[in-house]
Design a protein around this ligand. Structure first.
Ligand code: TXA
Ligand code: MG
Length: 339
């Protein structure tokens, strides 16, 4: 299959028309969002959704997020809308926020990975919402990477993974946030944070009170444990390089990197100049948003450099830092050295 790329920033009408034509035809299209690129298909067409799993090489028990363009489109997809979801939607949608609820009979087991719940989000990216509106149906869309590799934050990375596997990629430029949406379940009380992302735990707690943070957000799941969010049990965000997070001050980090052979450093902006080993930076030390915008690109750059052994500076776990830390510990296979 030939994969065509259309730039929606320069060819708006053509991009919308082609995305609409292919998705309404039951095909899978790569689309931009503010978090990461998605692989979108008509969420109400089982055969189309099955093609997403094939294109990604994704296990079928890992459910997909359903993307809608406006709040009114939520009701048909869920059994009921909990009060707290209404409050959250009012304040945060459209944004990098995915909310899980009990599903309605409209959502097939293919989308929900056989669970009785469905994950829904309204993206903030104008192109993403325009595509959903044009298609006239909710779009099931996981991140547009091959299963197991870092989520793509630009159309080129989608092409690298999906060339020959899908007919169309809509190029909408770089993703602003750079890590996937926050996933929170309202299918239980108190609500449970399954994946930290662009809307922070602190912001949500301030609005709706107690939120349980699922164990898998910060820790490795035990072998055989049942995951609240199936995606958390799979190896994720992993570059080929062997990464270890180093929890220390910069001076200690520098000594470690320079005392061993063949180390590549994954460090904060401004630190490269003080290191004699090769390095890649992933944002400002005190700004979780600048780190999230860079992290997945940095992981792919490490691979492009052919890095083998990587020592990474440790982000803070407050605010947006929690999302960055959550991705980085997975990329590092949970290897952390405290010095
Ligand atoms: O920002 C994002 O969320 C991107 C863009 C494209 O919207 N999408 C994304 O999708 O990251 P994906 O499939 O890569 O990650 C969705 C995560 C998975 O870990 C999945 O297991 C979890 O959400 N999930 C989806 N539906 C669920 C459900 N009903 N119950 C529990 N977890 C669910
Ligand atoms: Mg993903």
């Amino acid at each position: 299959m030939k994969t065509v790329v259309i730039n929606i920033t320069t060819e708006y009408d053509k991009a919308l028309m082609e995305a609409k034509r292919l998705i309404n035809d039951g095909e899978v299209v790569g689309i931009p969002t503010e978090t990461v690129y998605g692989l979108a298909a008509n969420a109400l067409n089982e055969d189309a959704v099955k093609k997403i799993f094939v294109a990604k090489g994704r296990p079928s028990d890992n459910p997909l997020i359903v993307h809608i363009a406006k709040v009114e489109d939520l009701e048909p997809l869920v059994a009921e809308i909990p009060e707290k979801v209404k409050i959250m939607a009012d304040k945060f949608w459209p944004n990098a926020l995915t909310m899980i609820m009990k599903k309605s009979e409209k959502i097939s087991d293919v989308v929900s990975g056989n669970l009785d719940t469905v994950a829904v989000r309204i993206p903030k990216n104008d192109y993403a919402r325009a595509i959903i509106e044009a298609c006239g149906c909710p779009l099931a869309a996981p991140s547009a990477n091959l299963s197991g590799s870092p989520s793509p934050t630009n159309a080129k990375y989608v092409y690298d993974d999906m060339n020959g596997r899908i007919p169309l990629i809509i190029d909408g430029g770089n993703c602003e946030i750079g890590v996937e949406s926050t996933v929170i379940s309202f299918a239980e009380e108190p609500p449970r944070l399954l994946r930290p992302g662009g809307v922070t735990l602190e912001e949500m707690t301030e609005l709706i009170g107690e939120i349980v943070v699922d164990d898998a957000v910060l820790n490795k799941l035990d072998e055989g444990a049942v995951a609240s969010s199936p995606g958390m049990k799979y190896k994720h965000y992993a570059p080929s390089a062997d990464i270890t997070i180093i929890k220390s001050d910069f001076e200690t980090f520098k000594s470690l990197c320079e005392s061993e052979e063949n180390v590549t450093a994954l460090c904060f902006d401004g630190e490269s100049e003080n290191l004699s080993c090769p390095s890649v930076t992933y944002g400002n030390k005190n700004d979780g948003y600048s780190q999230s915008a860079r992290l997945f690109d940095a992981l792919r750059e490490l691979d492009e450099m052919g890095a083998h052994k990587v020592y990474a500076r440790c982000p803070k776990t407050k605010g947006m830092g929690l999302a960055v830390y959550n991705r980085l510990i997975r990329a590092a296979g949970f290897k952390i050295k405290v010095i």
